[in-house]
Design a protein around this ligand. Sequence first.
Ligand SMILES: [Zn+2]
Length: 105
Amino acid sequence: MSYNPRQITIGGHKYKIVYKKNLEDFGNLDIDKKLITIRGTLNDNDKLETILHEAFHACLALSGLSYLIDDENKEEALVRAFDSLLLPVIKREVKKACFKGRGKN
Ligand SMILES: [Zn+2]
């Protein structure tokens, strides 16, 4: 079964997720419409990473930090640092925690 979530909740706000085959970017976020668009042809791992990437943009917008950054390139650099440095740590630790949880049963 493939990974195609239709909705994600960020800071208590529900964001709709839609998939488009010919999207130029891997994904994008419309903060006003609370809409995340993902390229439909990505594999599951790339979809997950792209959804989390767009979710982080949403976090910056919701928190107001986007206004402090006030520069698309700086925001993109920050989000990509999260993608490439922190996200792999989170994925690894979640896997460890899930494995540990299953072992107790
Ligand atoms: Zn981005």
